[in-house]
Design a protein around this ligand. Structure first.
Ligand SMILES: [Zn+2]
Length: 384
C-alpha cells in the first residue's frame, strides 16, 4: 500500500472552497477534479459522470474485500455567495481556528473530512472487510438531481450524508411543500372600488385565516425534528395603480415532519380555503400549483443495526451518540426513498449555512474526520 504523507483535511477543504461551484453557474467538474486527484494519487479509480448538461457526480469505490457496502455522500455545489462578506467568499481564509468561505460548512467540510478519513483507512486495510463508495454529487441545493441520478447506479447497505450537523448524528429531517394560492376577485376602476371585488383585500383576510392553521401546527411536535410549520413566503397581486386588483397570488411554505404526507398537509389548507370561499364569495381562492421544493420528510429507524453501530462509533471517539433531527431538507430524502438506511453527520453548524461569512471550525473538521473513520471501522466488518 502506498504510504505517502497523510492528507490534511484543512488543506483539502481550502482547495475545495477556492473553486467556485455556485449552483447555478459554478464549475462542479473543477471542484470534483480536486477530489478525483486525491483518490487517483492513492491508486483508487474514480468516475466522474456528467449526468445532465453542466452537472456532475463523482464516485470512488474503495474495496476492503467481502462485507457490507457503505456509502459516504455529500454535495459539491454551493448556494450563491450573496452580499456583505468580510472577505472574498471563494478565497479560503484561515482565521481564529476557522476556515471561512462559501461552502466551508455546507458541505465541502464534510467532503474533505470524508475523503481524508477514508484515505487514512487504506493504511489499515487488512483489518477491514467491505466496500466504501464515496460519492460527491451535483445540484443538491436546487433540484437534488445528482442524488436522484446516483441512486439508479448504486445500492449500498447504508449511507452517511455529510451536512453541517455540529457533529451530531441525525436520523430524521423535515420536508417541504409549497402550495401557490390564487385569490380571484373582480377588477374595477380604483375610483369606484365598490364596483369591484378586491383580491388583495381578500388575500389579506385569507392570510389571517391561515395564521390560525400555523398556530395549530405549532401545537404538534416531533421528537427529533420539532413540529411542522406553515408560513407565507411570496405575495404578488394587482395589475395597475388605478385598478381594483382582480388577482393576488400567495405562495406558502409548509414544512412537513416524518410521518406527514403532502396530501394531508394540502387538505388542511384546502379546508381553510373552503371556509374562506364561503365567507367571502364572490372572491374565490384555490391552490393552482405547487412550487418546486426539495422533497418530503424522512427518518431512519433508530433500532436499525446500522444506526446503533454509528452510535457506538460516536462513543468510541467521545462524541454525543444521541440521535437528533434536521429542520431543513437534504439528499437523505432521495436515499431513504430508495430504501437505503441513512444518517446525516458533518462538521459545521446550521446557523452559517447559506449565510455570509460561512465558516467551519478546524476542530470540527478533525472531529468529523475521526467520527467518519470510527463509523467505517464499526461498519466494515465481515458478514457473519
Ligand atoms: Zn448542504
Amino acid at each position: 500500500m502506498n504510504t505517502q504523507t497523510k492528507t490534511d483535511v484543512v488543506a483539502l477543504l481550502s482547495e475545495l472552497v477556492g473553486i467556485d461551484t455556485t449552483n447555478p453557474g459554478g464549475d462542479e467538474k473543477a471542484g470534483l477534479a480536486v477530489l478525483e486527484r486525491m483518490f487517483t494519487d492513492r491508486g483508487i479509480a474514480v468516475e466522474i459522470e456528467e449526468y445532465r448538461a453542466g452537472n456532475f457526480n463523482l464516485t470512488a469505490t474503495v474495496s476492503f474485500g467481502d462485507g457490507p457496502t457503505v456509502m459516504l455522500n455529500s454535495h459539491i455545489d454551493v448556494v450563491p455567495a450573496g452580499e456583505g462578506w468580510s472577505q472574498d467568499p471563494f478565497t479560503p481564509t484561515l482565521q481564529n481556528g476557522r476556515v471561512y468561505g462559501r461552502g466551508a460548512a455546507d458541505a465541502k467540510g464534510s467532503l474533505a473530512a470524508m475523503t481524508t478519513a477514508l484515505l487514512s483507512l487504506l493504511d489499515e486495510a487488512d483489518t477491514l472487510s467491505g466496500t466504501v463508495v464515496f460519492t460527491a454529487v451535483g445540484d443538491e441545493e436546487v433540484g437534488s438531481t445528482g442524488a436522484r441520478a446516483l441512486v439508479t447506479k448504486v445500492n449500498p447497505d447504508a449511507c452517511i450524508v455529510g451536512e453541517p450537523t455540529n457533529i451530531r448524528l441525525l436520523s430524521a429531517h423535515k420536508g417541504s411543500i409549497r402550495p401557490v394560492i390564487e385569490v380571484v376577485g373582480r377588477a374595477a376602476h380604483a375610483a369606484t372600488p365598490q364596483n369591484g371585488e378586491n383580491a388583495i383585500t381578500g388575500a389579506s383576510e385569507l392570510l389571517r385565516m391561515l395564521r390560525g392553521l400555523s398556530d395549530d401546527l405549532a401545537g404538534r411536535d416531533h421528537p427529533l425534528t420539532g413540529g411542522p410549520t406553515l408560513t407565507p413566503v411570496l405575495v404578488s397581486g394587482g395589475q395597475a395603480p388605478n385598478a381594483v386588483p382582480e388577482k393576488c397570488r400567495i405562495t406558502l411554505d409548509r414544512r412537513l415532519v416524518p410521518g406527514e404526507e403532502n396530501a394531508g398537509a394540502l387538505a388542511e389548507v384546502e379546508t381553510i380555503l373552503a371556509d374562506f370561499n364561503t365567507q367571502h364569495a364572490p372572491i374565490h381562492a384555490s391552490i393552482v400549483e405547487c412550487a418546486p421544493s426539495t422533497g418530503g420528510p424522512s427518518q431512519t429507524d433508530s433500532q436499525h443495526p446500522f444506526v446503533q453501530s454509528c452510535q457506538e462509533a460516536m462513543e468510541d471517539v467521545g462524541e454525543n451518540p444521541e440521535l437528533a433531527g434536521l429542520v431543513v431538507n437534504c439528499d437523505m430524502t432521495t436515499f431513504r426513498a430508495a430504501g437505503i438506511p441513512t444518517l446525516i453527520l458533518g462538521p459545521g453548524t446550521l446557523e452559517v449555512m447559506h449565510a455570509k461569512d460561512e465558516y467551519v471550525e478546524v476542530d470540527q473538521l478533525h472531529r468529523a474526520e475521526n467520527a467518519y473513520r470510527a463509523i467505517l471501522r464499526r461498519l466494515l466488518v465481515a458478514r457473519r
